[in-house]
Write a protein that binds this ligand. Structure first.
Ligand SMILES: [Zn+2]
Length: 304
């Protein structure tokens, strides 16, 4: 496993969307993995990046944090000398959009779903983490936004960017590369760790499961997925495991909440038990993850 993927404090900080200044990026390296011809995944601090390299330009998917930008540029320069014409934000979280301003300053056009620009434009509350994320600077805002989908033509690559409503947030986009059979999932997929579900910003566990089911439908057994967090490439079989986990846990929570169980009773019922070994050792331990979902799913009067 990558050393950078295992620093618990750094991981916690990035997923809590702490200000970049609160984190030490000096030791983080950016590692590149070739996923297909002209398609790369980059791991550093924050969400996994995608890079599509065409004949005359490159297309970047997410940009982590501002202090990571020089390292991201260096990693890209080791792959191609083509300019990064576009960066697509898969959603508004700071570990996917923090590099926007720096890329914009050097001429890259920042693209995202309409709701990403809206959320970046003002302070946002993340109740699950008891945190308010301040508005992004003007120069970091996407200059091209879309409501449903938008397609880019990058050399020989068709880059289909598709909005997924109400999953991890209300502004998620996936990126489908049909020629190379690669899909960047954004934070719809955390592989190997329980995923953040941003209920305060339009996300839901059911929405994440439904979105993952859509990814299954869009793909075949040869498709390679770049998840938002976890290893930089996973297979469709691994995606199916993730979907199964989401579906089972969601169904159990729905039943327990429907029976009027309190948060303590739901936690005591251990609705994630058989998944904890594989998924419960990441940023969100099982109890914490159950609590976030309970608070998001239960009627307001119970969600204390
Ligand atoms: Zn996220």
């Amino acid at each position: 496993m990558h050393r950078t993927a295992l620093l618990p404090a750094a991981l916690a900080a990035l997923l809590l969307a702490l200000p970049a200044a609160a984190q030490d990026f000096s030791k983080v390296e950016v590692e590149s993995t070739k996923v297909a011809e002209g398609v790369y995944a980059l791991k550093g601090a924050g969400g996994n990046l995608g890079l599509v390299v065409g004949a005359d330009r490159a297309f970047l998917i997410d940009d982590q944090y501002a202090p990571m930008v020089p390292k991201i540029r260096a990693a890209i320069a080791a792959i191609t000398d083509k300019p990064v014409s576009f960066v697509l934000n898969t959603h508004w979280h700071g570990d996917h959009t923090g590099g926007n301003e720096a890329f914009a300053e050097s001429g890259t056009l920042v693209v995202a779903h309409d709701n990403v620009r809206t959320r970046l434009s003002s302070d946002q509350v993340m109740a699950a983490f008891d945190r308010t994320v301040p508005a992004a600077p003007k120069g970091a805002l996407p200059v091209i936004t879309f409501n449903d989908q938008v397609t880019f033509h990058v050399g020989g690559h068709t880059v289909r960017t598709i909005h997924i409503p109400s999953a991890h947030t209300d502004g998620d986009a996936i990126v489908h590369l049909p020629e190379t059979n690669v899909i960047h999932t954004g934070d719809l997929v955390f592989y190997g760790l329980y995923p953040v579900v941003d209920y305060s910003n339009g996300g839901s566990l059911k929405g994440m499961a439904d979105a993952t089911a859509k990814l299954m439908e869009m793909s075949n057994e040869d498709t390679r997925f770049i998840p938002g967090h976890g290893p930089v490439v996973i297979t469709r079989r691994q995606l199916a495991e993730y979907l199964q986990m989401l579906r089972v846990v969601h169904a159990r929570l729905e039943t327990l909440i429907g029976e009027g169980k309190t948060l303590d009773e739901v936690i005591a019922a251990r609705p994630t038990a058989e998944f904890d070994e594989q998924w419960g050792k990441g940023f969100l331990p099982p109890e914490r993850w159950v609590r976030i979902n309970y608070q998001g799913m239960a009627p307001a009067k119970d969600a204390k």
